[in-house]
Structures are given as structure tokens and as C-alpha cells.
Design a protein around this ligand. Structure first.
Ligand SMILES: [Zn+2]
Length: 450
């Protein structure tokens, strides 16, 4: 039984998708104005491993990950370069796919772009205004905190604690300091769309709520992202979706920890980052990094902990990967007679999946993989049971952790089971985005056959 730490409750909970065999997962994607760095890579690798494991457990994972292609930083950079902002964001979306393909991240089912969902955002804001959850002032639309009692609360903090962390000056149009904009009036950075409130653009939290519901309906099984997105982004996104639909938005919220470099969180704003482009092209320490080794390093702790990116850590992960590959090569030979390590190998191998079941503890799973690999390499002979157990473990580890078991080989992935019959796939008609129990309803955009 897979158990995951749900940010909403702060507890480890057994994970059950609402529809057996189908997992509806939304992960917040990048704002596309630059290359991805290792910190981004860690987040996408973590959710990739979760998806791979859920797939191996027999689920069809409908995975939606957005690209935020509307942002002040995109507009600023485009102006600086004299480039069209959408040409610039498209260029970085291509770069994102090149990075993630190199890193062996299985592609999402859908990659919606914010600019393609403006109508959905306007519709959402209109619905919330009609229902009395939000109010418009001078072209801005705010969600009223007083109307969100009982909805998603990921902060689990008192009002005073939340306000304490508010560094921004408070917008005088707000009735309550904790009301937040779901539509922002004005063309403050040169890109705007018409709306019932005048020209403007959606708020970031509205965008993700609109895109998640457009592809997955009002109720998700999993919503993921980095820990820095918990508040205000995910907290607000959950409130918007739940206020609009009247049903719980995501059953489980999962957040991954940061990557540090020189003990400081890796981030573009601090300037302490290494891009994935540098790693894959030999631009970092004049070495071309093996993507499987980088994955091993990024997965060396539990997903909620911090990972330090260092040259020493990457070198260690590369040596560990070499041992796993050597063990895999040895296991290509047929089993022999029973040897002294057989009993230990057979006893250790179930620990790999047990570790993943315990809140996706990839660090512990890797320790089991390394121990079994070492035993395989040291064993004078391996009997059929130990040979099969070790081979099965390495194969499973390759598919779940995303490790190429031969140098230069492709990163394998588990076979994807078909979605349950009647599953809605693709962009949903408006009427089916916020209404509960839309799976199996009329007018499906695309229906999977049994
Ligand atoms: Zn988001």
C-alpha cells in the first residue's frame, strides 16, 4: 500500500485514486523564460518516479503539466531581446522538452499553456463573481477570503502567522488583506486580454485551477509541485477550484524539497544554479553528465528533503551507477549453483518496493538497490532464486527510478496500462469541467474503449 505525505493534512495517508486504475495528476510546470536548472529537474524527476511507480502498480496516470507562458519576466526578457514574448516562451518550451527527454522524464499526457486558456480563466472568474465568492474593483477581481471558509487550506496556520509572512504592500482595493486577485486589470507588462472587467490577464493561481479542471475535471487524485508553491499558489488555486465547483479539488497534495548548491537553495533569482543544458552539453566542469547518475543523486534522499548538488555527490552517484550496471551485466549470465549470498539477496529485494510504499522513500530504495548490486558482484555463484530476485529488482529499479542499466542505453519506463473504460481524456467541454462525477458523462471529448 502506497502511503504519501499529504500537505493538506500533514499526515502520511494511504493513496487511493477515486476511480480504480486511473490517477488524475496535475503538476505545476515552469514559467518559460529561461533554461531549466537542476532544482526544476529535481521536481520533475520526483513526480516522474511517482508516476512510474503508480504505472507499475497498474494505474493509467493522466498527467497534466502546464507551461506558464504569461508572466512579467517573459515580457521583460522579450522586450530586452526585441523578441515576440510568445516566440520566446515557445523557444524555452522546446528547450524544456529537450532537457527532460535527456533526463528520462516520461512526457505528460497534456501540456496546456496558459495563453491557450484565457477564456477558461475568465469563465472561472465570472462564475465566482456570480456566486458571490469574488468581487470586482477597477478592473481587478478578488476572491474574498470570507467566502472560502472550509475550502483548501494548505497553510495550516493562523491568520496572524500568514499575515506575518506578507512582505508585499497590500492592494488598497482589497476588502481584506488576504483576499487575492483572480483577474488583474490593466496591461501593466504589455500583454493583455479583454474581459468583462476590461483588459487584463488572469492571476497565476486562477491559471492553474482553470487548466487542471479543463483536463482533469473538478477533482484530482494528486496535485504536486515544489514546496515553495504551497502558499500562496497552491493554497489559492485549491480555494478557487473548490469555490467554483463545490467539490474537493485534490485528495492529495505533494510537495518536493529543494536542491541546494553551496548550502543555499538553487534559484535563478540568487544566480546560484547549474542549468540542465550545461550538464547535458558538457558545459559544466567540461564533462558530459550521465542523466541516470544525475537522477540517482536527485533521488538519494526522500522527496521532501533537501538534496545538495555537488561535484563530489555527482561523482559518487556515477560510481554507484557503475556498480549497478556491472551487477546487471553479471546477471545477463545464467544462474549457477546456490551460493553463500543467496539467502541475503532474497531477503533484501522486497525492501525496494517497501521503501517506495513508505512515502516514496527513494533514498532507502536506492540503498537496497546498491546493497543487492554489491552482493551480486561479490558472490562467487548465484542460485536460480537469488539470480531471479536480483534481476527482477534491478529491472524494476531501472523502470521506476528511471536508470539506464547499460551505459549509453535508453532510460526504460514501465508499460502504460490503458485507462479504465469511460475515462475522459483531453480538454473537456465547459459543462464538464466543474461538475462532479463527469467521468462517464455525456458528450465526452474522447472515450477510452474497454
Ligand atoms: Zn501552478
Amino acid at each position: 500500500m502506497l502511503r504519501l505525505t499529504n500537505t493538506r493534512t500533514g499526515r502520511k495517508e494511504t493513496f487511493h485514486p477515486a476511480v480504480p486504475g486511473l490517477v488524475r495528476m496535475y503538476v505545476c510546470g515552469p514559467t518559460v523564460y529561461d533554461d531549466c536548472h537542476i532544482g526544476h529537474g529535481r521536481s520533475f524527476v520526483v513526480f516522474d518516479v511517482l508516476k512510474r511507480y503508480l504505472t507499475l502498480l497498474g494505474n493509467h496516470v493522466c498527467h497534466v503539466q502546464n507551461f506558464t507562458d504569461i508572466d512579467e519576466r517573459i515580457a521583460d526578457k522579450a522586450r530586452e531581446l526585441g523578441e515576440d514574448p510568445f516566440a520566446l516562451s515557445t523557444r524555452y518550451i522546446t528547450s524544456y522538452h529537450t532537457d527532460m527527454d535527456w533526463l528520462g522524464v516520461v512526457r505528460a499526457s497534456f501540456y496546456p499553456r496558459t495563453s491557450e486558456h484565457i477564456d477558461d480563466c475568465v469563465e472561472l472568474a465570472q462564475r465566482l463573481t456570480t456566486s458571490g465568492h469574488s468581487y470586482a474593483v477597477d478592473g481587478d477581481v478578488f476572491l474574498a477570503r470570507s467566502a472560502t471558509t472550509g475550502l483548501t487550506d494548505l497553510t495550516r496556520q493562523s491568520l496572524e502567522q500568514v499575515l506575518c509572512g506578507t512582505a508585499q504592500p497590500i492592494n488598497p482595493h482589497k476588502r481584506d488583506p488576504l483576499d487575492f486577485a483572480i483577474w488583474k486589470g490593466g496591461a501593466d507588462w504589455g500583454v493583455s486580454w479583454s474581459s468583462p472587467w476590461g483588459r487584463g490577464h488572469p492571476g497565476w493561481h486562477t491559471e492553474c485551477a482553470a487548466m487542471a479542471c479543463a483536463y482533469l475535471g473538478p477533482s484530482l487524485d494528486l496535485h504536486g509541485g515544489g514546496m515553495d508553491l504551497i502558499y500562496p499558489h497552491h493554497d489559492s488555486e485549491g480555494k478557487i477550484a473548490e469555490a467554483a465547483s463545490g467539490v474537493p479539488f485534490s485528495s492529495c497534495w505533494l510537495h518536493n524539497g529543494f536542491v541546494t548548491m553551496d548550502s543555499v537553495k538553487m534559484s535563478k533569482s540568487r544566480g546560484n544554479f547549474v542549468s540542465l543544458r550545461e550538464l547535458r552539453s558538457g558545459g559544466w566542469h567540461d564533462q558530459v553528465v550521465d542523466p541516470s547518475a544525475l537522477r540517482l543523486l536527485l533521488l538519494s534522499t526522500t522527496y521532501r528533503s533537501t538534496v545538495a548538488f555537488t561535484a563530489v555527490g555527482l561523482a559518487l552517484a556515477t560510481r554507484q551507477l557503475d556498480r549497478v550496471r556491472a551487477a546487471w551485466q553479471r546477471l545477463a549470465a545464467p544462474a549457477g549453483i546456490t551460493g553463500p549470498q543467496d539467502g541475503v539477496i532474497c531477503a533484501l529485494t522486497p525492501g525496494f518496493l517497501t521503501a517506495l510504499d513508505a512515502d516514496l522513500d527513494s533514498g532507502q530504495a536506492i540503498r537496497v538497490l546498491l546493497e543487492v548490486s554489491s552482493l551480486v558482484l561479490e558472490a562467487p555463484t548465484l542460485g536460480p532464486a537469488a539470480h531471479e530476485a536480483a534481476r527482477g529488482l534491478l529491472q524494476e529499479a531501472g523502470q521506476i527510478l528511471g536508470l539506464a542499466l547499460a551505459a549509453g542505453g535508453a532510460i526504460p519506463a514501465p508499460p502504460v496500462p490503458p485507462p479504465p473504460a469511460g475515462t475522459l481524456l483531453g480538454r473537456r467541454p465547459l459543462a464538464q469541467r466543474l461538475a462532479p462525477d463527469t467521468d462517464g458523462a455525456q458528450g465526452k471529448p474522447q472515450v477510452a474503449q474497454p
